[in-house]
Design a protein around this ligand. Structure first.
Ligand code: NAD
Ligand code: WQD
Length: 329
């Protein structure tokens, strides 16, 4: 079976390529490298000992995408391509809507035209907004406080209407919680450009001495120690969730949370990082970050029941692997 991995040079896409190749799938990978490096493609091949075709193309380009669908007999598409920096989306809304919506439209139109009926989309827990935890797939989505989050909700709607209109089109929407960690080889991992916005890469860069100290955004939330609580998930578990979703895909549109179901606070994460890696993370408490919610974690029962998937790796493994990747850079 041949799968097009759109955005496969990126953080989550690259780990999913590894799991797909190891599960015996053939891959066609397409990425414009706007937030990734060609080297990652070579490293996926090195880890797996398997080869695949890579196209450096922009997935908004209808002609290039058409060519790709003509040249390869595809069975399914995993769509990871998009911009993901929440803060940047506020001052570059058009870039975010244009990239995140048009890639989905171009890819799904090509799927319909070429009868490629399996489509897996990277959504985000951000669509739940400040709902009551744990977040369940049946909850009403709340408006996002930023264009990035809105683009995910809009993509879900576009795919919902498309799946309704084309009954053979099978769509799985995967709502990721907070992916961290890296492949255990340390060869691939998260490579943010500039100063990281997300907690995990910020911590590993402080550990490395690239950044002086972590700023903790608020310690007055109604949580165990006042700092924000999130459902961190090992990126390899997330990658395995995609293969489970592909294997169980069926007509219609089906939404799954991919998380662990466990909440961890910022301070708990820093303390476990020290315990696992023996490195202290200096920090200061600063004000809350605009748009942050206090607590986010998943109800994971639907993915367990319908996909037969649960996250297997714990927080310690996530923090060990995240550091193992950063220290080799
Ligand atoms: P990433 O930036 O590492 O990967 C995205 C990849 O898509 C990059 O390699 C980038 O070069 C490529 N890309 C972007 N626009 C493109 C275009 N027009 N044409 C071709 N390639 C293009 O991000 P990631 O963390 O791997 O996230 C993958 C997906 O998962 C994204 O859609 C993101 O919004 C979603 N997501 C990520 C997280 C997270 O915390 N990392 C959480 C929830 C959802
Ligand atoms: C985690 C916790 C912060 C940085 C974002 C997106 C979401 C998804 C994942 C794509 C929070 C705190 C952080 C720092 C801190 N991405 N923090 N100091 O905000 O849960 O989710 O990334 O879909 O859509 O919104 O993740 O890693 O930024 O923050 O104290 O320097 O760490 O306040 O409590 P978040 P994060």
């Amino acid at each position: 079976m041949t799968i097009l991995v759109a955005g496969g040079a990126g953080y989550i896409g690259s780990h999913t390529c590894v799991v797909l190749l190891e599960a015996g799938y053939d891959l066609v990978v397409a990425d414009n490298l706007s937030n990734s490096r060609k080297e990652t493609i070579d490293r996926i091949k090195k880890i797996t000992g398997k080869d695949f075709v890579f196209y450096k193309i922009d997935l908004r380009d209808v002609e290039k995408v058409e060519e790709l669908f003509i040249n390869h007999h595809l069975d399914g598409v995993m769509h990871f391509a998009g911009y993901k920096a929440v803060g940047e989306s506020v001052y570059k809304p058009l870039d975010y809507y244009y990239n995140n919506l048009v890639t989905t439209m171009v890819l799904s139109m090509a799927c319909i035209k070429h009868k490629v009926n399996k489509f897996i989309f990277s959504s985000s827990a951000t669509v739940y907004g400040n709902n009551k935890v744990p977040f369940v797939e049946t909850m009403d989505l709340l408006p996002a406080t930023n264009p990035y989050g809105e683009s995910k909700a809009m993509n879900e709607k576009i795919l919902m209407d498309t799946a309704k209109a084309y009954p053979d089109f099978s769509v799985s929407i995967l709502r990721y919680f907070n992916p961290i960690g890296a492949h255990e080889s340390g060869l691939i991992g998260e490579l943010p450009k500039g100063i990281p916005n997300n907690l995990m890469p910020y911590i590993t860069q402080v550990a490395k001495g690239k950044l002086e100290k972590l700023k903790i955004f608020g310690n007055d939330y109604p949580t165990i120690d006042g700092t924000g609580v999130r459902d961190y998930i090992h990126v390899m578990d997330l990658a395995e969730g995609h293969v489970a979703a592909l294997e169980k895909i069926r007509p219609g549109i089906h939404v799954y949370n991919l998380g662990t179901g466990q909440g961890t606070s910022v301070l708990q994460l820093i303390n476990t990082f020290k315990e696992v890696n023996g490195i202290d993370i200096p920090y200061e408490i600063v004000g809350r970050r605009a748009g942050d919610i206090p607590i986010s974690y998943a109800d994971v029962s639907k993915a367990r029941k319908e996909l037969g998937w649960t996250a297997k790796r714990g927080l310690k493994e996530m923090l060990r692997d995240a550091w193992n990747f950063e220290k080799r850079l």
